[in-house]
Design a protein around this ligand. Sequence first.
Ligand SMILES: Cc1ncc(COP(=O)(O)O)c(C=O)c1O
Length: 253
Amino acid sequence: MDFTSPPAVIDGFRRIVEHGTFGYTWCFDEFYDAVIGFQRKRHQVEVEKSWITLTYGTVSTLHYTVQAFCKPGDSVMMNTPVYDPFAMAAQRQGVQVLANPLRVEDNRYQLDFNLIEEQLKTHRPTLWFFCSPHNPSGRIWRAEEIRQVSDLCQRYGTILVVDEVHAEHILDGKFVSCLTSGCAAQDNLIVLTSPNKAFNLGGLKTSYSMIPNDSLRQRFRQQLEKNSITSPNMFGYGELFWPINTVCHGSTR
Ligand SMILES: Cc1ncc(COP(=O)(O)O)c(C=O)c1O
């Protein structure tokens, strides 16, 4: 993308540069507070600190999620057309793509719930990669649609993996996060997002997951640990997520 990041972000980077130390760092409480505050203010959802895990870009995280939960021969459902890396994340691990085409009706995409249920029943995919809002098209899913997606995942034992990176790109209408109370069941839900689209920070490879269920989260984190996804890129969350005072005065662990 070609737009300049907001002045507050650039100012934060300047202060990090002027501080002049670029060594290893850590996710201090301020990181979690910033995520919780952003999600509350921007999307009216209550996220608990324990749900949040730092990741190195949403696309990489889709790959790690497949590695954590699937074995070769399993399948991942996705609503096509969809952002290419969704399929790559599955195929690169020897996992099948279960494509579920969106229907075009009244000039907008619709989920084909009859076909979805048939496919879930027949193929029992391990994961459903759900793009919300959807890319391509920017289709914003309604709470009722998300609830239906979640109900189906519950019924067929599929983990719902929701990519919300376009949540801040709403030109018309209201984004509904899957974490909205009463929307999606929390025990089989993985939500992935990043500031990368809204603030044009993709090159800094900083993102995070929100996973309410303990055992799901543990399994996910084990996969990250296997790949040493631990300490953050100081610029990736320096000012956006983290008051600069902590960058300057916090110690590394
Ligand atoms: C649906 C979707 N997910 C993820 C990304 C990339 O996110 P990240 O930079 O956090 O890997 C994009 C970028 O266009 C996208 O459209």
